[in-house]
Design a binder for this molecule. Structure first.
Ligand code: 5AD
Ligand code: SF4
Length: 359
């Protein structure tokens, strides 16, 4: 019954923290199903059952940051670094359009040097041209200066993803070197919004030291920041990081469950935003991303990166889809989505409904 009481609350009501904690503490198969079903009802009512696809291109694994949890951190000297060329990236964007994905996500490790910034600007303009403005462009390129965010927005990007990773400042500190401040990251989220982008953020679920209350606070953070899009996934330990001692005790089933509960609670609390069912869910279960859709997510980000680069982008252990090409995946995806009774929003940007209702 408690699920229902939240469901019926006013659209603009700030979620109650204790209720969020209750939702996130749901246990037992039957109760979990009730939670996912309630989230699905909210999804149907506010955003419908069309799944939007974003072709994800992992442009480069070169990163100047050194997050303790991440497999492509600058401190990982065992990793061969790559950067996809302009021509290759354009070819992948064309593929994305041929497959009728409505938009493309350009993701890479963080870099702040001018050649990189200009390379991205040129690429955004190139993608706009080849698609006659039809392909939506989302960026996931880390912390940048206002001028840089502006330059990319003016070039034609219109959505930006920057995960806050955790809204608990102390926990954030314990997972990043001192030079990477929480304050700066939050500031960047504000700059992104100021430029006019649709703003996406998110957290990792199940971080070492993270509590249920932290996750409830994360949801309140999303609400208070009035964000448009969410990309969240379970934290999965990686052997080549300072947190490698967590690899052995990692419990994929628990991590998956917590990830799904968080998606459901976010859908119930935040209603009309876009929520991605992320690759990290698929890493934990062959149908992880479908389970995410059933728990309230409405966006999928199929990887369209050329398979020869994929093993260079292992943020966490066991990242799936190393050899699966975009075309192979598309057929399977269509079958899986129609099996859920949902449809794919081909050729549509699938903007966040929340973006148009904010202010
Ligand atoms: N497990 C899960 N997600 C991770 N990310 C980085 N490392 C890991 C990990 N070990 C996520 C971060 C980052 C995004 C690109 O990948 O949230 O923002
Ligand atoms: Fe770089 Fe992002 Fe990994 Fe941090 S999480 S090391 S910023 S790629």
């Amino acid at each position: 019954a408690y699920h229902l009481s939240i469901l019926l609350e006013e659209y603009s009501m700030r979620p109650d923290k204790n209720k969020l904690i209750e939702l996130l503490s749901t246990e037992g198969e039957e109760n979990l199903q009730t939670l996912y079903n309630q989230a699905y009802k909210v999804k149907k009512k506010y955003v419908g059952t069309t799944v939007y696809l974003r072709g994800l291109i992992e442009l480069s694994n070169i990163c100047s940051k050194n997050c303790y949890y991440c497999g492509i951190r600058s401190g990982n000297k065992e990793l061969k670094r790559y950067q996809i060329s302009y021509e290759e990236a354009i070819a992948e964007a064309k593929l994305c359009q041929q497959m009728h994905y409505g938009s493309i996500v350009i993701q890479a490790g963080e870099r702040n040097d001018k050649p990189w910034i200009d390379f991205i600007t040129k690429l955004i303009i190139g993608i706009k041209e080849l698609s006659e403005g039809k392909l939506g462009i989302t960026l996931s390129l880390g912390e940048q200066k206002l001028e840089v965010y502006q330059q990319w927005f003016e070039a034609g990007a219109h959505r930006y993803l920057l995960r806050i990773e955790t809204s608990n400042e102390e926990l954030y500190k314990s997972l990043h070197p001192a030079a990477q401040s929480f304050e700066k990251r939050l500031k960047c989220l504000h700059l992104i919004k100021e430029c006019g982008y649709q703003v996406g953020t998110g957290v990792m679920i199940g971080l070492p030291g993270q509590t249920i209350e932290d996750l409830a606070n994360d949801i309140l953070f999303f609400y208070d920041e009035d964000i448009d899009m969410l990309g969240m996934g379970p934290y999965i330990p990686h052997h080549n990081t300072p947190l490698k001692h967590l690899v052995d005790s990692f419990n994929p089933a628990e991590a998956l469950k917590m990830g799904l509960k968080m998606i459901a609670a976010c859908r119930i609390a935040l209603k009309d935003i876009n929520i991605a069912s992320t690759t990290a869910l698929q890493a934990l279960h062959p149908e992880g991303r479908e389970l995410g859709l059933k728990a309230g997510a409405n966006v999928l980000m199929p990887n369209i990166t050329d398979t020869k680069y994929r093993k260079g982008y292992q943020l966490y252990e066991g990242k799936p889809g190393l050899n699966e090409t975009a075309i192979q995946y598309q057929k399977e995806l269509e079958q899986r989505i129609s099996a859920l009774g949902e449809t794919i929003g081909y050729d549509e940007w699938g903007d966040s409904k929340h973006f148009y209702s904010r202010e």
